[in-house]
Design a protein around this ligand. Structure first.
Ligand code: S3P
Length: 423
């Protein structure tokens, strides 16, 4: 029996973006540790710097960042376009922040981000009183003209934390109230951080309601490890049949839907040392050595809590006994790539058996050899998912653009090699 390999994962991406944004809007000095030093979060820092916030352009995951907030409505008119790189969270959340300020800013990004839908945030923010201009039908470049906004009661057609957060941030900055209702609760980090900083926010089964805020207290926050990154390492341990422990992982229920799916597939996974950090649940994740996994159905209300994990769950399903059906996941088509088309075409390229569905996919698992070249389309989660499948055994898979993993998981390939060496 091999010894349990204990590893950590870099800081949570969603929380790192929010920590920087809330620190920028707070009154006073915030102290944030463990901020993910990945390309997406570096994009948020760059956008905040363009708006007058003093932030480093590079940092390490061990650094403590001390950030002087400019106050609830104190950002400066930028003199350049806001370059969001590959980051949808930077674009959509910061569009809400700009909408609440009396300023005008143009958002730009890379080719993948420029294709992603932005009208989903423009619609509610326009209803609040902001003015949006698009040069194409949807997507970037997008100019936001903010100002005096009004209250909003928004029923969102999609479960999207980025849409919900854009609205809450616009209301926070402009001193308005907002009510947001979603078909299923999306990740609730913005709500938790607002509550931790003293904002009048009420969350019910039906909706999130934020009352007018005058000032935001500064944060003192340790960013936990990213559960989305942890799932890649869990998947590799499962494929290699080795036990693993991942310490200090964020285990917010709106983020760990994949843990329940892994359990249904036959993985024995336990959370130990559970505690709370700044309003976010954190624990160590223990995974026992797994002998084999089975295919499962994934769909319905569980999708928002595992949307980013579907590519790696699909790759794992290619090694499961039986069929896996993923449904109700049409949102995958508007992520960093069309993750339904890209996962299925890459699974087929390496010899796995998979078909697209309009809102998901079907994967028929097998133990045969997988070999071939994977096109990541610059999508970090595609590169990592197939990287794991390649390292999982009986496979010879090459992945183009391996550096794109830096969008969310710097050091991914090194950590993968470390776990692989444990066998
Ligand atoms: C995120 C929300 C999700 C997720 C993305 C990060 C966030 O997107 O897929 O990786 O930090 O709010 P949607 O809000 O579009 O579902």
């Amino acid at each position: 029996m091999s010894a349990v390999r204990s590893v950590t994962v870099p800081g949570d991406k969603s929380l790192s973006h929010r920590a920087l944004m809330f620190a920028a809007l707070a009154s006073g000095e915030s102290v944030v540790r463990g901020v993910l030093p990945s390309a997406d979060v570096i994009s948020t820092a760059g956008v905040l710097r363009a708006l007058g916030v003093s932030l480093p352009d590079r940092w390490s995951g061990e650094d403590t960042l001390r950030i002087t907030g400019r106050g609830r409505r104190g950002l400066q008119q930028p003199s350049r376009d806001l370059d969001c790189g590959n980051s949808g969270t930077t674009t959509r959340l910061m569009a809400g922040v700009i909408a609440g300020h009396d300023m005008r800013a143009t958002f730009v990004g890379d080719a993948s981000l420029s294709r992603r839908p932005m009208r989903r945030i423009a619609r509610p923010l326009t209803q609040m009183g902001a003015i949006f201009t698009f040069t194409s039908d949807d997507g970037l470049p997008m100019t936001v003209h903010g100002g005096a906004l009004g209250d909003i009661d928004w029923i969102s057609p999609t479960a999207s934390a980025q849409v919900k957060s854009a609205i809450l941030l616009a209301a926070l900055v402009s001193g308005n109230s907002a009510r947001v209702q979603e078909p299923t609760r999306s990740r609730d980090h913005t709500e938790r951080m607002l509550a931790a900083l003293g904002a009048p926010i009420v969350v019910t089964d039906e909706a999130v309601v934020l009352g007018p805020v005058t000032a935001l207290a500064p944060l003192d926050f340790d960013v936990p490890g990213d559960p989305s990154s942890a799932v890649f390492l869990i998947a590799l341990a499962v494929l290699r049949g080795i036990p693993i422990e991942i310490t200090k992982v964020g285990v917010n229920a709106t983020r760990i839907g994949a843990f329940a799916v892994l359990t249904r597939m036959g993985v024995s996974l336990t959370l130990v040392n559970a505690h709370d950090v700044g309003g976010e649940p954190v624990a160590d994740v223990h995974v026992a050595a797994t002998a084999g996994i089975r295919g499962v159905d994934i769909g319905g209300d569980e999708i928002p809590a595992l949307i980013d994990e579907l590519p790696i769950l699909a790759c794992l399903a290619a090694r499961a006994d039986g069929e896996t059906r993923i449904r109700d996941a049409g949102e995958l088509r508007v992520k960093e790539s069309d993750r339904i088309a890209v996962v299925v075409s890459n699974l087929r390229a390496i010899g796995a058996d998979a078909d697209e569905l309009p809102d998901g996919m079907v994967i028929r698992g097998g133990a045969g050899r997988f070999a071939g070249h994977v096109r990541s389309h610059g999508d970090h989660r595609i590169a990592m998912s197939f990287g794991v499948l390649g390292a999982g055994g009986n496979a010879d898979i090459t992945v183009d653009d391996p550096d794109c993993v830096n969008v969310s998981f710097p050091g991914f390939w090194e950590t993968l090699a470390l776990i692989g060496a444990a066998t």
